[in-house]
Design a binder for this molecule. Structure first.
Ligand code: NAP
Length: 249
């Protein structure tokens, strides 16, 4: 199998963990990034190694430029030439209306969900682009259906951050299309992960699922399948596009 390397941000839990595991099954050496939960990231690495794959866990806050630079350098040294980036790390904050939000909260969401994606994408382009002597590659951004729905009464700041991720996807795709890099995104709907607890409602998926045409929440593995397809050669003529993984909502 050809040597491929992927960095998956926020890969200790949820959609990132499912993506890291599936990427390894598809032959990628995987840099499993995490913020605080080292044990969860180590567990993903252990599972990949048990299946005969290559993986390392790297702690880095994607909203901190120096951390991101160090993470990419560690991946270069330990896993080799980068061929894929999954910009997955993302956060939300407790549900509230816009008229209750303070600037600190909004900045925190934007730094992780937007600035983090930009900085990671920049580091990937510098390695993959033919303009820098690279061999090409693929980037998948994990956006959200919130970018289209706006999340009223819950987290409009989060929804706006994901709209920015959509614009990054389209704009960056145009910049690097002729340099061997494809940039696409997935927009998950409501997926069973820990993120809803950080919004203050661990049971949110089950509350909202009746409004989903498919009448159920999604699973991280279902999002991972779309991400891995977009990274793969099977998606060779797709760039600047989106796969909604949302049960029809
Ligand atoms: P999750 O279960 O809460 O996991 C988030 C992961 O991101 C964790 O591994 C966490 O690390 C990591 N992380 C958070 N902040 C980080 C930072 N600053 N730097 C590096 N890593 C960081 O979340 P999820 O539901 O899988 O969400 C993954 C992505 O899908 C996010 O972008 C989210 O917005 C998007 N999404 C999710 C849903 C959904 O319903 N779940 C729907 C639409 C979009 P630690 O483990 O160290 O804390």
């Amino acid at each position: 199998m050809e040597d491929k390397t992927a960095i998956v941000t926020g890969a200790g839990r949820g959609i990132g963990a499912a993506t890291a595991l599936l990427a390894a099954d598809h032959g990628y050496g995987v840099c499993v990034n995490y913020l605080h939960n080292e044990a969860a990231a180590d567990d993903v690495v252990r599972k990949i190694r048990e299946r005969g794959g290559r993986a390392i866990a790297v702690g880095a806050d994607v909203s901190v430029e120096a951390d991101v630079i160090d993470m990419f350098e560690t991946s270069d040294k330990e896993l080799g030439v980068l061929s894929a980036l999954v910009n997955n790390a993302g956060i939300l904050a407790p549900q509230m209306r816009v008229d209750a939000m303070n600037a600190g909260r909004i900045d925190r969401i934007m730094r992780t969900n937007v600035t983090g994606c930009f900085i990671c994408a920049r580091q990937a382009v510098k390695r993959m682009s033919s303009a820098y002597g690279g061999k090409g590659g693929a980037i998948v951004n994990v956006s959200s259906m919130a970018s289209k729905l706006g999340s009223p009464g819950e987290y409009v700041d989060y929804a706006a951050s994901k709209a920015a991720v959509d614009a990054l996807t389209i704009g960056l795709a145009g910049e690097v299309a002729a340099e061997g890099i494809r940039v696409n995104a997935v927009r998950p709907g409501i997926i069973y992960t820990d993120i809803h607890a950080s919004g203050g409602e661990p049971g949110r998926v089950d509350r909202v699922k009746a409004g989903v045409p498919m009448q159920r929440g999604g699973h991280p593995e279902e999002v991972a399948e779309a991400i891995i397809w977009l990274l793969s050669g099977a998606a060779s003529y797709s760039t600047g596009c989106f796969i909604d993984v949302s049960g029809g909502r």
